[in-house]
Every structure is written in structure tokens, then in C-alpha cells.
Design a protein around this ligand. Structure first.
Ligand code: ATP
Ligand code: MG
Length: 392
């Protein structure tokens, strides 16, 4: 019975002169995402609103499911459209709407009518009063509450009559593509996909880099990361994923450096390589899933030591989150089930029994001098042999 959706967007309405840029980006994104479904959708932008008209072989749940993944959408209102007519038609349609949408209802309500078509002979106030009266007559259990109604009936008189009363929450944020590009360090864990989601939610396009260590890490561990990128891409749009072979570098560090410093030195090389690839791709920042104190490599001292090799800003959107909070988001966005598949990560293979938890930068830098002979060439090789794929 629904034949359209009103798309509510919050923050992007506040952008002053740039407002249309954000609205256009949102409308474009909605068109692209719905274009992949089987129905026919007409996405129309009018006066600070976006409407999606649905036709053909469209499916309600699939359409809602898709809209709920589009950043910038705050709410999705399913709209029933009636033919325009006189006030008697309008009253009849209003009663029909309530009977279908809120059968047996005893809630309080308010009607908010708006005339976009100013030709209509009654004022908005008068229409609201008429429709309120019609609802009361047909539904004796309901009552009017203009201050805190349980149900707000929005009625818009346009070339047709639009009635809606329900709002399905969207993800919020800003449309992807309105805030530049960043490089996500994507592991197979729970945290980094959530970190990518959160930064992309602010309108940022995501590139990603994954470090693997064959044969110590398997093809399935790599596939898991590709799957995570695909799940993330439902929100962010296509992700350019760089898969870097990190084996030789890890083995070299393992041979040359104190084992307690392995993880931290390895993380520094990950950041260096990620930054190189990021800069080549025009990314304006790195994104990681780190959170203070979660593991030895994420103490304040470790973060300081890792961060010291980067010149791009490193965005760590989970920095103040407990693991529980991160797990909750990952379940909500649908990456959790993939993240907990038990395939080894390259970090876990070379971990020391007693990693340093308070590395000192000058000591780590001194250890890294032991890598002088071959490391630059290895880094070049790792970058030049990286496999690049577009994940959608
Ligand atoms: P995650 O759940 O994201 O794997 P984690 O709790 O396992 O995080 P670490 O292993 O210390 O934490 O990794 C910290 C961050 O470094 C990750 O969130 C991710 O951004 C990045 N990272 C770790 N391992 C890799 C990898 N193999 N490839 C790419 N990025 C990685
Ligand atoms: Mg991990």
C-alpha cells in the first residue's frame, strides 16, 4: 500500500550555501543504491525534501534495508499517496489511512496538514481540524493531544495527497563522497571494520589496506578480509582494497629485533606502508580500530611510538570505546559474524610471550636500525607487489 518514502535528513540541512551539494550527493547515492534493486525508483528532490517513488517489482523490506544503509538519512517515512480532491475526499482518505495503518488504535494524535498547493480553498489549520474531526468520528477510542501526541499524522497537499505517520530510523551521518577519502587499515578483527564504518559515516570514501603473511596466514584469512570489505562497502560504496604481502618484512623483523618489540615495530611498518599507499591514492588520513589500553600495542606509549612514523592524521574513532560497545556496533552493522570467524591474523603469529607495553620511542628507533640493510627495499617490494581490487 505504500508507494513512496519521504527521506528525512538532519545535519545536511544545516549546511547553509553548501546545502544543495549535500542534498545532491544524498539523492545521487540513493539513486545508485536503489538502482541495484529490482524495482523502479524515482528519486526526486523538492524544496528541502527527498522523495523516493517506488514502482514496478519493488519490495518493501529490501528497499527499507537499502535505505537504512545510506549515510545522511536520518529517517525514512513510508508514505501513502492518495489522489487530490476536495475536503470530503481528503477526510475519507484520512480515515482509510488510519484504518489501514493503525487499526483498532486508541492512541492520542495530532494532524499536521500542509498545503504545498496553495490553491486548496481551506487553510492548513482548517484542514488539520477537519481531518482531526474525521479521525475522531471514525475512531472513538482515539483522542487529540496537540502537545505530546502518540501519533503525528503528516498530511501534505501537493499535486497528490501524501500521508505518513511512521519514521524508520536511518544511520544518520553525511552522504559518502562529501568529505574526501581515507585509508582504513583493515584486519580481520572486530574493530577495524567498525572504525571504517564510523569514519565513512561522516561522508568519507574508504580505501583499505590489509597486510597478510602467506603461508603463515591462509587464503581463507584473506578471503575473510575481502568479505568484511564487501560488508562495509554496503555502506561506504566500493572500496579499493590493497593487499600487501608482509611476510618477508615480518620475518626480517623477527630475525633482527628483540622479540618483545616485534609487534610494535611491525605496527610501525604497517603504518609507514599504509601511509605511502594512502598518499599515492590521495587519501587524507589513515583510520585504525585502536582503542586505548585494549592490548599491549594500544597503550598510550605504544600509540605514541606507532604514531611517530606517520605524517598524515591517524583517525581512531574507537579510541574511547570499550570492547562491548564496539561489538554492539559491529553486530548492528552486520560485520560481527564475519569478524569472529577463526582465521589467523598476521599479528597473532609472530606475537611475543611478553610484548613491551611501554615502548620508548628512542629504543624502538634504535632497534629498527638493525633493519637498515634490507628494509627499504623490502618496503618498496611490498608496495609494488600489492594486489589491488575493488570490492563492492
Ligand atoms: P582489529 O579487531 O581491528 O583487528 P585488534 O583489536 O586486533 O583490532 P590490533 O591487532 O592491535 O588490534 O590492531 C590494531 C589496528 O591495526 C587494527 O584495528 C587495524 O586497524 C590495524 N591492523 C592490525 N592488523 C592489521 C592487518 N593485518 N592489516 C591491516 N591492518 C591491521
Ligand atoms: Mg586484529
Amino acid at each position: 500500500m505504500y508507494n513512496s518514502f519521504l527521506i528525512k535528513y538532519g545535519e545536511i540541512g544545516l549546511k547553509g550555501d553548501n546545502r544543495h551539494v549535500f542534498e545532491d550527493a544524498l539523492a545521487k547515492r540513493i539513486r545508485r543504491m536503489l538502482g541495484q534493486l529490482s524495482g523502479e525508483f524515482n528519486v526526486v528532490k523538492t524544496r528541502g525534501r527527498i522523495y523516493v517513488y517506488c514502482g514496478g517489482d519493488w519490495d518493501y523490506d529490501e528497499t527499507i534495508g537499502t535505505l537504512k544503509k545510506i549515510f545522511g538519512i536520518v529517517g525514512i517515512c513510508p508514505v501513502v499517496i492518495y489522489e487530490a480532491g476536495g475536503i470530503e475526499d481528503l477526510r475519507r482518505d484520512m480515515v482509510d489511512y488510519v484504518a489501514r495503518e493503525h487499526p483498532g488504535c486508541t492512541a492520542s494524535f495530532k494532524v499536521k496538514a500542509r498545503r504545498v498547493d496553495k490553491e486548496f480553498p481551506l487553510t492548513s489549520m482548517e484542514i488539520s481540524a477537519e481531518l482531526g474531526e474525521a479521525i475522531l468520528e471514525a475512531n472513538p477510542g482515539m483522542h487529540v493531544d496537540v502537545h505530546e501526541p502518540d501519533i503525528l499524522f503528516d498530511v501534505e497537499l501537493r499535486e497528490k495527497v501524501f500521508i505518513y505517520s511512521k519514521t524508520i530510523p536511518g544511520p544518520g551521518g553525511m552522504p559518502v563522497g562529501t568529505a574526501g577519502k581515507a585509508m582504513l587499515l583493515l584486519s580481520g578483527g572486530i574493530d577495524s571494520p567498525v572504525a571504517g564504518y564510523m569514519v565513512s559515516k561522516r561522508g568519507v570514501i574508504m580505501d583499505a589496506v590489509y597486510f597478510h603473511a602467506p603461508p603463515y596466514t591462509s587464503e581463507r584469512a584473506k578471503q575473510k578480509v575481502v568479505d568484511l570489505a564487501r560488508e562495509l562497502a554496503q555502506y561506504t560504496g566500493p572500496i579499493q582494497l590493497h593487499i600487501v604481502n608482509f611476510t618477508d618484512i615480518q620475518l626480517y623483523i623477527y630475525d633482527q629485533c628483540p622479540h618483545s618489540e616485534l609487534t610494535i615495530i611491525m605496527r610501525r611498518y604497517m603504518m609507514r606502508i599504509a601511509e605511502r599507499i594512502a598518499k599515492e591514492n590521495g587519501d587524507m588520513g589513515l583510520v585504525t580500530g585502536e582503542s586505548i589500553g585494549q592490548v599491549a600495542s594500544q597503550t598510550m606509549q605504544s600509540l605514541l611510538t606507532t604514531n611517530a612514523v606517520c605524517t598524515l592524521p591517524v583517525y581512531r574513532p574507537l579510541i574511547g570505546f570499550d570492547k562491548n560497545d564496539i561489538v554492539a556496533i559491529s553486530k548492528e552493522i552486520g560485520t560481527f559474524e564475519t569478524s569472529i570467524l577463526p582465521f589467523e591474523d598476521c599479528c597473532t603469529i609472530f606475537v611475543a610471550k611478553h610484548p613491551v607495553t611501554k615502548p620508548l620511542l628512542h629504543i624502538i628507533e634504535r632497534s629498527e636500525t638493525k633493519l637498515r640493510e634490507k628494509i627499504d627495499e623490502m618496503v618498496e617490494t611490498a608496495i609494488s607487489t600489492a594486489e589491488v581490487m575493488i570490492v563492492r
